[in-house]
Design a protein around this ligand. Structure first.
Ligand code: PMP
Length: 389
């Protein structure tokens, strides 16, 4: 884990020695004395062990308060400085898309908070103006605007497409859809880990987002990281981080660094096939759950589930199945899937939240064993209700 912005490669270097006549800035209380220790940790970085992303190729790693904050940081970086003559940057994703982040764009309180901080002098006027455009009616509108489903996007001008692969909610492997000049891509690779999908190669995109939440399950630590090729984009992202939360909790970063190190160690000392390997453990658990779920779905005949192609996983050294973190359940007869499950005391997130019809719903596969087993029991019972037996 690299703190702040640093080239992925330079993280290994020893800090440059101070020269005899240089000014020593001791005005700030930043505890930099621990850096060498955490740099050594960097040697075992998880991406290198898992082989799911290029990290050693002159890239920048930016840590955020969850990848949710990095989404915002990336949009700020790609849309600033603002040109008042141009329309806000269009932001698209192919449906079904992960909705939280796009809902966030509509969050008025966030803009209000920035205004409040401006009022109290926390954010400078200049920064404010660079970030948001004040319209005549006093409403602050973003530099970027959610423009919906990438499949139907037909506006001219600059755009950003979010490519989530494997996708949340439906677990499919995704590629860019719009493919037009002037477009920028942001790859959200939250689920590109061996417990969810075969690792078919090192992702090598310009802007890649990862989150501790999905890699290890420590969502509460609120740590995400971006791997970015372009220095200017990376610098602006760090600026956004300072603006929105004055940095990322150091305790969370240290905790994440420790946990990632334990997992990386675990993967490198054991062969990827040994039981204690975290990803193998996760893959086993998920495979068993998916097998049970498919069995129930097949038996009750009310729902359907997507099928995923098998692929060779470089990490595991063999062909494996995709076993997504969410089940993308569909009612065969077009009933509202979320409502139907709610009637059976199962709360899910309906398709309309992801830009598609209500006959789809997203079910988390990551709950505790007892909850998951109860879910299967209730799901199996739905057949009885519908058939009246
Ligand atoms: N991207 C995707 C695809 C996700 O599913 C999630 C979490 N649901 C996030 C990003 C956000 O992750 P974080 O907890 O790091 O904010």
């Amino acid at each position: 884990m690299v703190v702040g912005i640093e080239k992925a490669v330079s993280a290994k270097k020893t800090p440059t020695a101070v020269s005899f006549d240089c000014v020593i800035n001791l005005a700030r209380g930043d505890p930099t004395m621990y850096q060498p220790y955490w740099r050594r940790m960097g040697d075992k970085r998880l991406h290198r062990v898992v082989g799911n992303a290029v990290v050693d190729d002159d890239r920048y790693v930016i840590v955020g308060t969850g990848s949710t904050q990095l989404f915002q940081a990336v949009l700020y970086a790609l849309s600033s400085p603002h040109n008042p003559d141009t329309e806000p940057l269009s932001v698209v994703a192919a449906a079904p898309f992960y909705s939280n982040v796009f809902a966030l764009m509509e969050l008025v309180p966030f803009f209000r908070d920035i205004r409040k901080r401006l009022h109290y002098g926390v954010v400078s006027n200049e920064t404010m103006e660079q970030t948001f455009v004040s319209r005549g009616d006093g409403v602050f509108s973003g530099l970027y605007k959610w423009a919906g489903d990438a499949y139907t996007f037909d506006r001219d001008g600059a755009y950003v497409e979010f490519v989530t692969s494997p996708n949340n909610p439906d677990g499919t492997i995704r590629e860019a859809v719009v493919n037009r000049e002037g477009g920028k891509l942001v790859h959200d690779l939250a689920y590109y880990w061996p417990q969810y999908t075969p690792i078919t190669g090192k992702a090598n995109n310009d802007i890649m987002l990862f989150t501790f939440s999905k890699a290890t399950g420590h969502a509460g630590s609120r740590i995400g990281w971006a791997i970015v090729k372009d220095k200017e984009v990376a610098t602006k992202m760090v600026k956004y981080m300072e603006l929105s939360s004055i940095g990322v909790s150091k305790e969370s970063q240290l905790r994440a660094a420790k946990i990632l190190d334990v997992i990386a160690e675990d993967c490198s000392i054991s062969s990827p096939d040994k039981e204690e390997n975290f990803f193998k453990y996760g893959h086993h658990l998920m495979s068993e759950r998916w097998e049970k779920l498919r069995e129930v779905v097949k038996r009750n005949g009310v729902f359907s589930l997507p099928k995923y192609p098998r692929d060779f996983c470089n990490f595991k050294g063999k062909e494996t199945d995709s076993i997504p973190a969410f089940a993308w359940l569909k009612t065969k007869d077009g009933l509202n899937c979320d409502n139907l499950l709610r009637e059976h005391k199962i709360v899910t997130r309906g398709g309309t939240n992801f830009g598609v019809d209500s006959d789809y719903t997203r079910v988390s596969m990551l709950s505790l064993d007892d909850e998951f087993n109860l879910f299967l029991e209730r799901l199996a019972a739905i057949k009885g209700t519908i058939n009246g037996n």
